[in-house]
Ligand binder design. Structure first.
Ligand code: C2E
Ligand code: MG
Ligand code: MG
Length: 726
């Protein structure tokens, strides 16, 4: 049974019974039309040559004696010998120009008029079919009539396509097939007519007009059938049907002709020719289909998202750019909507990536269905872009929300949408960035689901772009510097360390704080560049201080979670201390708690490696995350930093004190040292000292200072370096 099925599948493939996609069909038609450019040109050239040949051979010698030869006029003489060739000239010229304009996509006034005129001439050709011309055997008569009838059909198709193109701005698929079929038919009928006359001619040896040289003209039929077979490659079964029926018909004509025997050897050659030609057309078809499918796949991959069967951003941008060029009014009141599924990560975390992908697919497909007349594309991850008319926005956002709700089934997914109304001709990628920016700003505000990009956001956005574009320059030109905030012992308030905090002193924007640039650099995954620069700056400062015989204290450097993905932290630190010849005890690694609770294997193993190498690891902002206690369980830190910011209402809420107390005791018990940062009042400082917090940091003891100010503070004694620094 399966063997039978396999055979059937094979036959289906070979004969082309499977339905081709629209793209493949158009590809096949286009290649046929392309072939017809060469074919029609050849026919055109041969026919010109034929006319000259006729003039030379028949018309000139009879020019003065035309009457004796039975012609009514010289024109009659001329036309009798050349009419068929003129028919071919007109038909092949029309085909050539049509195919050329089609392939080159030329459509202007001149091509319109040319095609129309040629079409009309082809239609009018029917009037040249005068009964006296229809002479010879029955087969001669039928083929002559059919040739003359094919011409007006060709003409009507040409006129039809010309008008269709004027209205629809494209060629008609069907009419282009009619044209090429008619053209091939004209050629083929001519082949049959000439080939057959030749066969019949030899039987007529007694005729005074008998010419032995004409005997090889059977080749004309064979040439023309090769020609038609190569022009009409649509489906193998069509080629097989066409070739077999024409060959059989011609075979019948020859075999049933009484005057001459159709020899066995000729029959065998004839059938072999048919089989070879059929095999060639099938092979050409298979090859073309394979090429078309490859092209189709490449085009599909270039414009569709790889996960969801909707367009990608490239396609969306290109379509918008095209419309901006061709019909800007169509999109002048449109808006870009950029969507983000705020808590989508939890679906992946809880249900696995397969389920996550399924939900994304469902959401993408439903978005596309909900906005059938708009451009919908997936940018990446859980981000979609919809380019739609700027009206009924509330309703549209509701639709998006409902779509997400339905697609996510019982899972809770929160939709955030950023909107941007573009300026005329604004680059789509820039516009999408702005919508995305607006969307990003409401990521963490549960009560807002839509934010539109406006002038206020524009200032912020430009600053952000500036930061991204100028990071390298800022590092290179030293606009980014480490500022140092003192860390003191709680018992004597003497300086025992410094925290390096990045500052960007910009020629355009002036002083930029980390709040301006750190989130941007993290989002764009550029943060490691900044941190490398800070390491370099700190080591350089330390080295200079040591070389100048100044007393130095350890500096703690802040690392972002992403640093552990984007760079080799131990290698960077090792290289820096080797380059500046600094002891590793002068550098502390500060990692925030939230970085560790998002547990990444890479980060965890790197922390362990760093500890093993000998670096001191400090846990920053303890208490700010959700699973602080777990972090303490999994790692042993040298110092745990507690930020007063996260323990609000120190003065008014007695519980705050209890909580800090407990944290300090807990850390001490686990063998870790403690530091409280953000200490602003004497009262806080005294309390922390009393409960056993070892180190303190905050405005009470000093702000983050630039190197010069820090050195001045140390020099004037307002900051006293402790003897016990490590
Ligand atoms: P952080 O590591 O927790 O740094 C402490 C922040 O608290 C600093 O803000 C500091 O200026 C501020 N601060 C210090 N004492 C007080 C005080 O008494 N009261 C108040 N209200 N604030 C105080 P800054 O310099 O703006 O840095 C903010 C955050 O940016 C840092 O928090 C750190 O997470 C990050 N950051 C700073 N520099 C770098 C860096 O070079 N690399 C990385 N990856 N992150 C950095
Ligand atoms: Mg810090
Ligand atoms: Mg901190």
């Amino acid at each position: 049974m399966t063997a039978l099925k396999n055979v059937w599948n094979f036959v289906r493939d070979i004969l082309g019974f499977r339905r081709n996609s629209k793209y493949v069909r158009k590809y096949l038609n286009d290649v046929n039309i392309k072939s017809s450019i060469y074919m029609s040109f050849i026919i055109f050239a041969i026919e010109i040559w034929m006319i000259f040949r006729q003039i030379n051979k028949y018309i000139s010698p009879s020019w003065d004696t035309y009457e004796s030869l039975g012609f009514t006029s010289r024109f009659d003489l001329f036309f009798s010998y050349t009419s068929l060739y003129f028919l071919f000239i007109v038909c092949s010229l029309a085909m050539f120009l049509f195919a050329l304009f089609y392939i080159k996509h030329v459509k202007n006034r001149a091509t319109f008029i040319t095609k129309l005129v040629l079409g009309v001439i082809c239609v009018l050709w029917i009037f040249l079919l005068i009964p006296e011309k229809i002479t010879g055997t029955n087969i001669n008569k039928v083929t002559t009539v059919l040739v003359y009838v094919s011409m007006p059909v060709f003409g009507v198709a040409l006129i039809g396509d010309t008008l269709y193109q004027k209205i629809k701005d494209d060629n008609s698929y069907i009419l282009s097939i009619v044209l090429i079929v008619c053209f091939s038919l004209v050629c083929l009928l001519f082949g049959i007519k000439v080939g057959y006359s030749d066969f019949a001619h030899i039987a007529d040896i007694a005729n005074p007009k008998f010419d032995i040289k004409k005997l090889k003209m059977i080749t004309c039929f064979l040439t023309m059938i090769v020609f038609a077979a190569c022009l009409l490659i649509f489906k193998p079964y069509i080629s097989v049907l066409m070739l077999v029926s024409i060959f059989l018909l011609f075979y019948y004509f020859l075999d049933s002709y009484d005057g001459r025997e159709f020899l066995d050897g000729d029959k065998i050659n004839y059938i072999t020719f048919l089989i070879s030609l059929t095999a060639i057309t099938i092979s050409i078809y298979q090859q073309r289909v394979a090429e078309a499918k490859k092209d189709e796949r490449l085009i599909h991959d270039a414009i569709y998202d790889h996960l969801i069967n909707i367009h990608n951003v490239n396609y969306l941008s290109n379509e918008i750019i095209k419309t901006q060029r061709t019909n800007p009014n169509k999109i002048n009141s449109h808006i870009y909507l950029f969507t983000n599924l705020a808590n989508f990560r939890t679906i992946n975390d809880q249900k696995g990536f397969d389920e996550g992908d399924r939900v994304l697919r469902e959401i993408g497909n439903r978005f596309a269905i909900s906005f059938p007349n708009d451009l919908v594309a997936r940018q990446s991850d859980d981000h979609f872009i919809i380019f739609t008319k700027n009206e009924n926005l509330d309703e549209k956002i509701k639709t998006l929300e409902n779509t997400v709700k339905r697609a996510a089934g019982g899972l809770f997914v929160l939709l955030k949408v950023g909107g941007y109304i573009p300026k005329p001709n604004e680059n789509p990628n820039k516009a999408i960035d702005k919508a995305r920016y607006a969307c990003g700003l409401i990521k963490k505000t549960p009560e807002t689901n839509y934010l539109e990009y406006d002038d206020k956001l524009d200032l912020k956005f430009n600053k952000r772009q500036y930061i991204i574009n100028h990071l390298d320059e800022a590092i290179e030109k030293g606009w980014i510097k480490a500022f140092y905030q003192p860390v003191v012992w709680s018992d004597n308030h003497e300086l025992c360390g410094l925290e390096a905090l990045a500052r960007w002193i910009d020629p355009v924007y002036g002083f930029l704080s980390p709040a301006d640039f750190i989130p941007v650099l993290e989002e764009t995954r550029l943060i490691h560049k900044l941190d490398k620069a800070i390491i370099e700056c700190v080591c350089n400062n330390l080295k200079k201080a040591i070389d100048n015989d100044r007393k130095v204290v350890p500096v703690s450097i802040n690392f972002s979670r992403l640093d552990f993905e984007l760079m080799d932290v131990p290698k960077t630190l090792n290289e820096a201390i080797a380059k500046y010849n600094i002891d590793m005890k002068y550098l502390h690694v500060e990692v925030t708690e939230s970085a560790l609770t998002n547990s990444q294997d890479k980060l965890n193993t790197t922390i362990t490696d760093l500890k093993e190498i000998g670096y001191s690891i400090w846990l920053d902002d303890f208490g700010s995350g959700y699973s602080s206690l777990n972090v303490l369980k999994d790692f042993t830190f040298d110092v745990v930093k507690i930020d007063m910011k996260f323990l609000s209402n120190f003065d008014t809420n007695e519980k705050t004190k209890d909580i800090i107390d407990c944290i300090i005791q807990l850390a001490n018990r686990l063998g870790m040292n403690t530091l409280t940062e953000g200490v602003e009042t004497k009262e806080e400082s005294e309390f922390l000292t009393k409960i056993g917090c070892g180190r303190l940091q905050g405005y009470l003891f000093g702000k983050p200072y630039c190197l010069e100010d820090l050195e001045a503070k140390i020099n004037d004694g307002s900051l006293k370096i402790s003897k016990k620094i490590l």
